[in-house]
Write a protein that binds this ligand. Structure first.
Ligand SMILES: [Zn+2]
Ligand SMILES: [Zn+2]
Length: 338
């Protein structure tokens, strides 16, 4: 299936200097250090006091909600437009995806569309394998794609600032005269930059991230009637969940371009990985996905569990999703590796 939203004419990003030392360290601390500290605190709390049923419920519940926002919302709806749905569900998916704190829907989608246009070739912003040979370089590439790619891909930071500059009128970014990488990233998503509903909600990105932390705290506090319950809700449903969702999502860049099977023919290093498919609600069938990025489903075999695809099927059955895209059996057969 063709991916109509991606232009094959996209040129690779230009070379740009990496972030400087202190700024790089600050960004690394903010994006990953703090969440990992939260995860470490959760582990310490678990060792010291154990974990209660409510803690588990908030952790699992918030994980499923925000991972749904990322995979079903940011990925399959906003980045790939693999189905259509109601305005209310679109808004809900944007808010849930934003609560994961992996960047706004615009930033996430632009970087992801660029990834599909340059998968594992020069220009890819988070390939673990590009230009790397031998075990040691592959290990370094794996760790880079898991933890550091957004720091050493200045395009991500510049694109984020670019979107911030055009915050009041993002559509104007499409006609910006410059031909730098930020503009080229913006040009991958004219549909999103003209989506007024998305833009209104997207402008409140920080609020949604905060909501992802406050919501489990409020539930924990109300359920126990105590400040301690609110604090535990914040730790398990907020900090620990935030870190786990982030690492699972980033592992799609590292693990599923390194470890797994390649049953479908693609020109990249994408892999199917069953463990990652469970953790990411279907994104782990990544070889399937790269072969057919416009498909609403990633389960091309009966035993491949694709939770997000299942949700789309349920929404379609209820009349809440339509124009659901999937490859034909002939297209699947043609791409199958023998
Ligand atoms: Zn990929
Ligand atoms: Zn994708």
């Amino acid at each position: 299936m063709a991916e109509p939203l991606l232009s094959s004419a996209l040129s690779p990003p230009s070379e740009a200097p990496a972030l400087s030392g202190p700024r790089r360290a600050l960004l690394l601390f903010m994006v990953q250090g703090l969440p990992l500290l939260g995860l470490g605190y959760g582990v310490w709390l678990f060792v010291r006091e154990g974990i209660r049923a409510l803690d588990v419920g908030l952790l699992v519940g918030m994980y499923l909600l925000t991972m749904t926002g990322i995979e079903l919302g940011f990925h399959r709806y906003y980045a790939h437009r693999t189905f259509e749905t109601t305005r209310l569900i679109r808004a809900l998916l944007l808010i849930l995806g934003s609560m994961a704190g992996q960047g706004s829907a615009l930033l996430w989608s632009g970087v992801h569309r660029w990834h599909h246009a340059h998968t594992d070739v020069p220009g890819d912003l988070h390939s673990p394998t590009l230009g790397r040979h031998g075990v040691w370089q592959r290990v370094r590439g794996f760790l880079w794609a898991q933890f550091l790619w957004y720091l050493d891909s200045p395009a991500v930071v510049k694109f984020s600032r670019f979107l911030e500059r055009h915050r009041s009128a993002p559509e104007a970014a499409l006609s910006a005269p410059e031909d730098n990488q930020e503009c080229r990233l913006a040009r991958t998503m004219p549909d999103l930059l003209r989506d007024q509903g998305l833009l209104r909600l997207n402008q409140r990105y920080g609020l949604w991230v905060l909501l992802g932390l406050v919501l489990p705290a409020v539930v924990g506090g109300l359920a126990t009637g105590s400040w301690e319950g609110a604090w535990r809700g914040l730790v398990w449903g907020g900090f620990v969940r935030f870190s786990l969702v982030q690492q699972a999502s980033f592992a799609i860049n590292s693990v599923t371009h390194t470890l797994g099977t390649r049953p479908v023919s693609t020109r990249d290093d994408s892999r199917n990985n069953a463990v990652m498919a469970v953790l990411t609600l279907g994104a782990g069938w990544h070889n399937n996905h790269h072969a057919f990025p416009g498909s609403a489903f990633t389960d091309f075999r009966w035993w491949q569990v694709d939770a997000s695809g299942l949700m789309i099927r349920v929404l379609a059955r209820l009349g809440l999703a339509w124009d659901v895209r999937k490859p034909s059996p002939e297209a699947l057969a043609m791409r199958a590796r023998t």
